[in-house]
Ligand binder design. Structure first.
Ligand code: F0G
Length: 475
């Protein structure tokens, strides 16, 4: 077996060598998903753990090394994934990894969103600031580098758009051919255009994401195509590194709570693995509670938590947050364990709540795609239910850039996003918030007097609204 890592089935515990895995990344005995384990991981045999720990740099040494690499000019050091390579030794030759300098994303303070959610201190880890505009890049550099090392010529994924954009870019960098399967008519234009731009063979199937993944899973068993969905455990090794970045950016303090959107549930699983491994290695003393937020129309994990028989029942998914329009999440078992082990929650939010939260994040000058906004919408509910307290330091994981889905944003601001029934079910306060946030474009004659009059009107309105919102203050 490989000296650096093994794959362990997360359902039955069976272990195999990395290169012995089946093309669909499922355990032949129980159909479970694998996780990557290392000689220092919990559960690796005792005598091996002892010798491996000797080889590992001590926590202080690793922190220093990771920081120092930021100033290096080597691509592999500049990557916010491979900078942490001691925690993901999955390739033999780390200098040959395929990288677009992913990771190293900002951790923004969100004071206005904090106030709206009812917490004192809120941060946003913006994974939309990755090279292709989503968190998928951190996973793609890892798994695609493994594909290259194993000699694959073709790679493929099923996607709601972001995985395909990331895969297409990394495959192009590596000179591999790639095929993406996406649900027809249900992906945002920004993402579809990226796959085409990076030269992928794009197949739009007349089904949903779940149907695409099912079909692709059969195809990879018949052709030598490397599957790059998050059932591939190497994806999650890259996607765990934002956990390291977050604590590094907080000067090795750990937030009390991390809020993550849930679709196929790979990302929440990966971040959980990252935090739990750091604790196991003594890099941190505790882990944050990890809560997963789903769209109400695509909420199988939320339902699973509420089901006393604990049965996973796939749903027919429907939401405008198309990135998480997933009814049969592959990694639900891993994600549910992360929530339980860390003491987090699973919450759901409706379309109005998502739209409002997205506009609020945008109004803070940060912006994100709709699926990422479920985090703020979900946090409001967790606070209201007493599951997050005011003093807790919360980090929202914003998974995608606002430019991924510009149509959603334009429809929102023009007042064309929500249906009459959705608007009718809003509270007065929600309606007032929408009214204050909506900024539809003005269409005017190119005439100085006309423009001046319109601007004066707008300024007077804005001033009046501000005075009303903060009586007794002048800004
Ligand atoms: N946020 C965004 C922007 C996404 O693109 C996705 C998933 C998620 C959240 C959910 O993450 O699936 O790991 O729970 N997008 C996948 C794709 C499914 O194909 O791009 P998850």
């Amino acid at each position: 077996m490989s000296a650096t890592h093994q794959l362990r089935c997360t359902t039955c515990g069976a272990r195999i060598a990395g290169d012995a895995v089946r093309s669909d990344f499922r355990c032949p005995d129980c159909n479970g998903l694998y996780e990557v384990i290392y000689p220092w991981s919990q559960g690796w045999s005792a005598e091996k753990t002892a010798s491996a720990e000797v080889r590992l740099p001590n926590p202080g040494g690793m922190r220093h090394l990771w920081q120092e690499r930021k100033t290096s000019t080597m691509p592999v050091d500049q990557s916010g994934v491979w900078r942490f390579r001691e925690l993901l030794p999955i390739v033999r030759d780390v200098e040959r990894v395929v990288t677009l300098r992913e990771g190293n994303t900002p951790l923004y303070e969100m004071p206005r969103s904090a106030e709206l959610a009812g917490v004192d201190w809120l941060l946003a880890k913006h994974q939309g600031m990755n090279p292709t505009g989503s968190f998928k890049d951190t996973g793609m550099t890892a798994a695609l580098s493994v594909a290259v090392e194993r000699g694959f010529q073709w790679v493929a994924c099923a996607s709601t758009g972001n995985t395909s954009a990331a895969m297409a870019a990394y495959a192009a960098r590596a000179g591999l051919r790639c095929i993406v399967f996406i649900p027809e008519g249900k992906i945002a234009w920004g993402k579809l255009s990226q796959s085409m731009d990076y030269g992928a063979l794009t197949v739009q199937l007349k089904t949903d994401f779940d149907g695409c993944l099912k079909l692709l899973t059969k195809l990879v068993q018949q052709f030598p195509i490397y599957l790059l969905n998050s059932v591939n455990p190497y994806r999650l090794e890259g996607q765990k590194t934002p956990a390291m970045e977050i604590v590094e950016q907080m000067e090795w303090q750990v937030p009390e709570h991390l809020v993550v959107p849930g679709g196929n549930l790979g990302n929440s699983s990966a971040l959980g693995k990252g935090f739990l491994e750091m604790k196991h290695l003594g890099l941190i003393q505790r882990v944050p509670k990890i809560s997963v937020i789903q769209a109400q129309g695509a909420n199988p994990l939320y339902r699973w938590f509420g089901d006393e028989n604990r049965e996973m029942k796939p749903v027919k998914a429907e939401t405008r947050a198309t990135a998480i329009r997933i009814g049969n999440p592959a990694s639900w078992r891993k994600a549910s364990r992360v929530i339980e082990e860390t003491g987090g929650w699973c919450e759901q939010v409706n379309e109005q709540e998502i739209a409002l939260a997205k506009a609020e994040i945008g109004a803070e000058g940060v912006g994100c795609e709709p699926a990422s906004a479920v985090t703020l919408a979900g946090l409001k509910k967790l606070v209201a239910a007493g599951r997050v307290t005011r003093e807790e330091r919360v980090v929202l994981v914003l998974t995608g850039h606002t430019l991924k889905d510009p149509q959603y944003t334009i429809d929102y601001h023009k007042g064309e996003l929500l249906t009459a029934a959705e608007i009718a079910s809003e509270t007065e306060a929600e309606r007032a918030s929408h009214a204050a946030l909506r900024k539809p474009p003005l269409v005017l004659e190119a005439d100085e007097a006309v423009v001046l009059r319109a601007l004066e009107e707008r300024m007077a309105k804005a001033n009046a609204a501000e005075t009303q919102a903060t009586p007794g203050t002048s800004k």
